[in-house]
Design a protein around this ligand. Sequence first.
Ligand code: DON
Length: 306
Amino acid sequence: MDFQLILDEIHAELRPRLDQAGTGAQVARYIPALARVSPRQFGIALRTCDGTTAQAGDSAVPFSIQSISKVFSLTLAIRALDEALWTRIGREPSGSPFNSLVQLETERGIPRNPFINAGAIAVADRLVSLGDANAELLALLSRLCGEPIGIDAEVAQSEADTGFRNAALANFMKGFGTLDNEVTTVLDVYFRQCAIAMTCEQMACAAGYLCRDGAHPLAGTPVLSAAQTRRVNALMLTCGTYDAAGEFAFRIGLPCKSGVGGGIVAVVPDHLSLCVWSPALDATGNSYLGRQALELFVAKTGLSVF
Ligand code: DON
């Protein structure tokens, strides 16, 4: 398959739609540093299991990975804790917005899954207990894509200044005993992981272990076991795009994880990992053009986990 041709076609088809007037799509407004990002950007990149790369559009422009970081913090937590992780975090789709508080009340402070904000904050708490969570995450990402990866300090500060809902989630979980560490410490780690900046090309490479049964995309050494990798992919498919996860599975049929920076990473097991980015979001907090790009990609390639 000529992946470069396919990505060029997708880029050419979607570029005229960058003017999203009338669609309702807009950049995340609740984090001021993200509200300033131009919506007129679109990038896409992939890397196959044999190391072939393809890219189009703004694929080399760094963007705020936001909730895509949750895949990699989960990876660190599974690696360190394996089954023990699941005593405080569930594995069911929430069917609710990513920052919803309602289920925590009736479910005794146990978040539905590690990809909603509450779940990722609970994962961050586990990582804080194990060491320097942000440093570990940056080291993992840098190793996975073979380039130094850093945090956008302005975005991290902007998240900390306006993260009132996340503070509510963390305090609520602390009240139920889900968090062991200080709320302020855990939130600081969570805000900083969300503020990591990467390009589509870096992310397509970094996610490569997810399509290789857990093997490092560059070194081939184990990042996760094959069984652990299948579980991360299963959670991405069922929970990675929040209350749109059913629609993503129906229309795209690949494990995906989105972030409110407008990035979506997708995995085709045994084939390739893919990252698409366009900052304007739909009502569910998923990239408006990113979703369309993934639909076009599976239509053109016939790739699916089903
Ligand atoms: O905590 C937040 O709200 C953001 N830092 C991350 C949320 C996010 O990316 C949800 N994804 N679609």
